[in-house]
Design a binder for this molecule. Sequence first.
Ligand SMILES: Nc1ncnc2c1ncn2[C@@H]1O[C@H](COP(=O)(O)OP(=O)(O)OP(=O)(O)O)[C@@H](O)[C@H]1O
Ligand SMILES: [Mg+2]
Length: 673
Amino acid sequence: MTRRQPRPLPEPVGLGPRDALHLLVSLGDFQSRMTRDQDLPTVFDATRLLLRRLLPFDTVGFMTVEDETSEFRLVDCEPEEGLAALQEEIDATVDDGTFAWSLPQRRAVIVPARRRGHSVVLHPLLTRSRVLGMFAGTLESAGPHVTDVVLAALSVILFNTAQALENAALYRTMKEALAARDRDREAFESAADAIFTVDLDGRFTSANPAAARAFGRAADEIAGTSLLEALGAEHAEAARRMLEEAGRAPGGGVYELTAGANGRRVTMEVSARPLVRDGVVTGVQAIGRDVSRRSQADVERRQAHTMEAVGRLAGGVAHDLNNVLMVMRGYLDLMATRLASGEPLGGELEQVRGATDAAIALTRQLHTIGRRQALQPRPVDLNALIADLDPALRRLGGEAVDIATVLRAWPGRIDADPALIEEMITSLVRNARDAMPRGGRVRIETADAARGSAPHVMLAVADTGPGMDAATRARIFEPYFTTRERGKGAGLGLATVWGIVQQHRGAIEVESEVGRGTTFRVFLPAAAAHGGAAAAAGADGVAGSETVLVVDDEMPVRSLVRDILVGLGHRVLDAEDGQAALRLFEQHGADVALLVTDIVMPRMSGRALAERLLERRPKLKVLYMSGYAGDVLGRYGVLDPQLAFLQKPFTPDALGRKVRELLGPTRSPQPVV
Ligand SMILES: Nc1ncnc2c1ncn2[C@@H]1O[C@H](COP(=O)(O)OP(=O)(O)OP(=O)(O)O)[C@@H](O)[C@H]1O
Ligand SMILES: [Mg+2]
């Protein structure tokens, strides 16, 4: 293709004064419109309107420069059907170099079109600094209308168009920046973290709503107020350090700030960095995260760990003491029965017996805390239990304390040891009464509750007493923690309650605030629907003459049991372990009606021994003894109700009754095969 030389068309004709005036007015219009409507189609439409007034174009098209590729693309054409043809005309000018040549020109370039009798008009769209695109139009070449003045006017219009395009681009950029700022603003406003800036005196210069909440101020009033004042004298130190260090250090740091807003204490982990303007530190920018909830969870975890450890210790000590106490108590009983009444030492003996009983009661409590007490669960109607207990609780509450019960759990049945549940409720009510020496109200409530997927029964004991602060609340379940006067409370009440709850596989929660009373809520697994009968006990006569095999690895216990049973008229064989017991049974077994055995023994457990003996004599009766419930049935201390079991320490009386229960009421020797 030959290169076509651009040339102004011949026979230039001047623009008449009327036309010039019209053009000027239109141009004014155009400019004012361009400041309002700045999207590309609008710019192109308005431009086209003006251009068509100037020259009778067949086709009017606009090209823009693609941002990424810097290529020209025809983005607008009128009429639309003319687009392909116009594109072909443009391609031709590209091919012959006219297009490239026209770019640096600040005026129109007109060349013959491929379409016969037509011309192509190219005019770059450029601002002072850059090329934004190209105007391309076609018109019939002949005609007197294309004059220098017209072409100059064309240039004026298209410079305006370029400016409008530039504005549109700027406007778009600006709109995007504004949108980004709005997004930032929104994040700032809705952030869960407290975001704020303070000057070096600690006055807030900005704060998001989370920060305002944390510092207990209204969002629109926080600016200008003091961070130090918001924290209060007690907690201002960390903030003072933050301000001081930010003033020195370029990097910033992490601080723990505690704000007590509206009676709610918020502890924040704050990362702070200095705000620098013109090389001078003017303040601090900080982002704070509420760690109070997290630390609350930590406290609870630590508390649970402490209770585990303390419980283990208590249970272990109680177990070892038990054996000692049982022996003491047993021999004291034997001595008492052998002393003729009026014997000079009788009174002293009673004293020792009383003290031993107190010690035994204490080990029982330690057992409960250590969750090692033998639990003998049976289906219990919690509502009925509370109703039965009600008179005792009212007595406990006394005149000044008003007790209300609201029993809403239905059917309110749990698998439980009723004695322990009574102890738990009594302890909670006693605490409530003790907290309200000048009277108040206690409300005992049951309700159905779901925890996890399992149905539970909830028991709540709420009082209108003085409540507790956080420090007290954190420690109440610890054994020997008490706020009562010396000698008034041992601090074992709630530790025992905790043990009972754990043993029943339940959970306990406390809600309490100073001045707002206290509510304890206990959640216990609801009983699966099944029946169950407690074995009936209670024969009056406990004496007997059957042969009993006693097995315990601890000599004093073994001797005591033997002495008690012999005292009751039984014949007793005793062995220190399973092997010895088997041998004895081989030799003298024909007469043995009952095996009384410890459970945990070296080499062979009581269970294993019993199984061996039962193989030989299925009708043999077996009575287990232990200091642990855990010995018997794994982790939860739940006893198989089929097994006869005696919790150490036991009284001679309890042993006698249990033995009688197993052997039946007959006093004569039982034939056993
Ligand atoms: N209802 C309550 N209101 C206020 N404080 C309570 C309440 N219940 C318990 N406390 C606090 O918890 C502490 C521990 O209670 P806990 O029952 O374990 O021991 P105690 O009552 O002090 O002594 P004990 O129960 O052994 O006689 C109490 O000293 C008291 O500070
Ligand atoms: Mg108590």
